[in-house]
Design a protein around this ligand. Structure first.
Ligand code: HEC
Ligand code: HEC
Length: 321
């Protein structure tokens, strides 16, 4: 009698767990309630040129969305490759291959409306309204620059290439279902940001476009939450089976890679286009295609930050096969 009772309890708990997981699997991909920006692409050549600069320069879209089989070639040469995707940023809660963002209909973003593309960059929600893994830093890109990016994407030729489906692991399924929400912009993103050699514009580029902040500041990779000092380094990033430690790059901080650098040295270093540790995930080539004024603005921002005394050691922690 007692035994049957126990079995019923165990069976009940089991069914409850299976049921919860089934609900979580559906809930993880539910349509999220975020705004649909009313932007539309422009045909204006200056707008398209600005978008092209952002996509191949500071926005480094190809670092993730470039055709995966040509990525190493791109990293070494900066030759433009189709943005057909396939690369997976390693994260602990599932596999999230970067989608094809060429104009291909069906496999690319040709069928997404301008507003839906804007929504994915600003509100982190994909074509069907499902939450995207928050890997892109563009929430606070200005209206003007977002329109420029979309306008340029619309001029790219379409290349058909199926992307592997994304797959959440059980932890990811539970987090997407019950815990994580798409990361919203901070406040109201600016309509436009004046371009100048200023720390304000440098901060805009470094935080919202080029993502220096997102890699060089320590954070929890499962949730994206920051806990380190700005640009103080320490984040461990897996890239092609190796594990890299992102260095401290504060100016004047003891043990920082940029402890004794000046503006000219910073620009000269970027112009080499080469990682200090081969195979690193740092987008050196896109950074190298930025113009001098933008690099000066970046420098002005980095130099204005609090120096952090921290030596994060060698750039490579574990060398992959
Ligand atoms: C750090 C890697 C990374 C960078 C850099 C990056 N993306 Fe993404 N992007 C992703 C991943 C991964 C996804 C899919 C996430 C998911 O499926 O949950 C994505 C999704 C998208 C989507 C949604 C597509 C869809 O089918 O719903 C668009 C549009 C997009 N990215 C455009 C861009 C543009 C434009 C840039 C450059 C300005 C860019 N991305 C830079 C990794 C990146
Ligand atoms: C995807 C993560 C990532 C992003 C984004 C990123 N970095 Fe890095 N960065 C790294 C890693 C990893 C290293 C160490 C290996 C290397 O030198 O490539 C590094 C190294 C550096 C170094 C040290 C070079 C040396 O000679 O020791 C500087 C300076 C630097 N990054 C500046 C920047 C700036 C400025 C930005 C934004 C414009 C940026 N990084 C964006 C990951 C990143």
């Amino acid at each position: 009698m007692k035994k049957t009772f126990l079995l019923t309890i165990i069976g009940g708990v089991f069914l409850l767990a299976v049921g919860t997981f089934a609900i979580a699997s559906v809930r993880a991909d539910r349509v999220r309630d975020v705004p649909l920006p009313t932007f539309s692409a422009s045909q204006d050549p200056a707008t398209i040129a600005r978008g092209e600069y952002l996509v191949w320069g500071p926005g480094h879209c190809a670092g993730c969305h470039g055709a995966v089989e040509q990525l190493e070639h791109y990293e070494a040469t900066n030759e433009r490759i189709p943005l057909t995707g396939g690369f997976e940023v390693p994260v602990p809660i599932g596999s999230f291959p970067a989608p094809n963002i060429t104009q291909a209909k069906g496999t690319g973003i040709g069928e997404m409306s301008d507003a839906e593309i804007a929504r994915s960059l600003r509100y982190g929600v994909g074509r069907n309204g499902q939450m995207l893994m928050p890997l892109m830093p563009f929430q606070n890109v200005s209206d003007e620059d977002l329109i420029a990016i979309i306008s340029y994407l619309r001029t790219m030729k379409s290349v058909e290439k199926e992307r592997p489906a994304r797959a959440l692991n059980p932890l990811g399924t539970m987090l997407f279902a019950f815990v994580m929400e798409p990361v919203p912009p901070e406040g109201t993103p600016p309509a436009s940001v004046p371009r100048s050699i200023s720390k304000e514009y440098g901060e805009y580029l470094g935080k919202n476009v080029a993502n220096c902040y997102g890699c060089h500041t320590d954070r929890d990779l499962a949730t994206g939450e920051f806990f380190g000092e700005p640009l103080g380094g320490g984040l461990e990033l897996e890239h092609r089976d190796s594990i890299f430690v992102v260095p401290n790059i504060t100016v004047g901080g003891k043990g920082s890679r940029m402890e004794t650098w000046d503006e000219a040295g910073f620009i000269a270093r970027v112009r080499t286009g080469k990682p200090s540790t081969p195979g690193s995930p740092m987008p050196w080539q896109p950074l190298n295609s930025m113009d001098d004024d933008d690099l000066k603005a970046l420098w002005a921002w980095i130099e204005s930050l609090q120096p952090v005394d921290r030596d994060t050691g060698p750039g490579l922690k574990v060398e992959g096969s």
